[in-house]
Ligand binder design. Sequence first.
Ligand SMILES: Nc1ncnc2c1ncn2[C@@H]1O[C@H](COP(=O)(O)OP(=O)(O)OP(=O)(O)O)[C@@H](O)[C@H]1O
Length: 386
Amino acid sequence: MSSPQLSWAQDAFCLEFAPMSDLVITNLTKKFGRLTVLDNVSVTASDGQILTLLGPSGCGKSTTLWSIAGLLRPDGGSIVVGDQTLFNHDSSAFLPPERRDCGVVFQSYAVWPHMKVRDNVGYPLRLRRYKPEALRRRVDEVLELVDLSDQADRFPHQLSGGQQQRVALARALAFPPRLLLLDEPFSNLDAKLRERTRDWLLQLQRKIGVTTVFVTHDQDEALAMSDRIAVMSTGTVRQIGTPEQIYNDPADLFVADFVGTSNLLEGTVIGRAKGILTIKIDGLDQAIHVPSAIDSDGVVVAVRPEALALLPDDASSDGYEMTVNGPVLDRSYHGHHFRYRVGVGEQALVVETRERTDSSHVRVGIPRDGYKLFRPRTDPAPKAAQ
Ligand SMILES: Nc1ncnc2c1ncn2[C@@H]1O[C@H](COP(=O)(O)OP(=O)(O)OP(=O)(O)O)[C@@H](O)[C@H]1O
């Protein structure tokens, strides 16, 4: 298939998009029978931003998206776009989906197999009674936008998966949407095409500036695509922030564990004085001293693999919070870094570094500002992102 690229002339392009819109979701609640799947979810996306809902399977991402689209009616809270209320439980306001002007793209594409590409894309315009000439012009514009002008008269089964996904996107953009809602739009694409389509979609979104809500359980995708990420777990929002905030300053152990990889070292507080905790990490002799307000006896030290330093066995520990020695259990090569697992007490520390070593025994340095302290988790661990 042809590779998706932005190929339209910037100046010549004149798509008119609807007035851009802030999205404000407040205390959204949804129950299915006795099961509360959204529990006071509050998130916002500013004009033209990409807000990503990220979380493990079943945490309520799609339910939130469907509530925005009007395909589900929540049991509490409100959804407002710009000056328009889409839903407000207290005032019983519920705008039907066809009046919300949301362009929705699902994981399964949901393009109509019996319609040619141009008819698929023109469908929302026919529903809105566009005159034939205006409809044709608009369809041509949107097909050019998604780089499918040369496929307009083909049927979906004659297209690749990536092209079908772009038909779905063109259809979502045909009637200028106030919001673009994307529910795992790349999950049926292979890894390479997924990455290219992601870059392409990001460029496209920047070009047209439509406020976008993007649902994914893939943290790499979320980090790469988003202005802001809302990390969700069991129907609640655990943290909202920029990708950098979410990755570098996770609010709790769930976020630290779900977004990226973290070494999680369990420890016990053996001393507290003037806001400084003395912590003994299980299986190690050394203690670390950390300013923290955590009041539990057990703690977890979270440290990213790339924050750890791989040192020679006899290196000095100067400049590190702590150094530990251990055998190299295994090593693997990942192109831009090596990944080592180093046995430390009962656990294995994962270290990612560009340094190559063939030593069977190494010293691992934990830098002073390279870790975070959390309370132990009381909820179930997140399922691994696929
Ligand atoms: N129509 C329904 N009836 C009953 N339970 C439902 C219904 N739709 C969703 N659920 C439940 O609501 C919870 C949240 O589902 P949702 O699809 O929003 O999760 P998600 O985070 O999008 O998951 P995934 O990544 O697997 O799509 C799940 O426990 C799911 O089983």
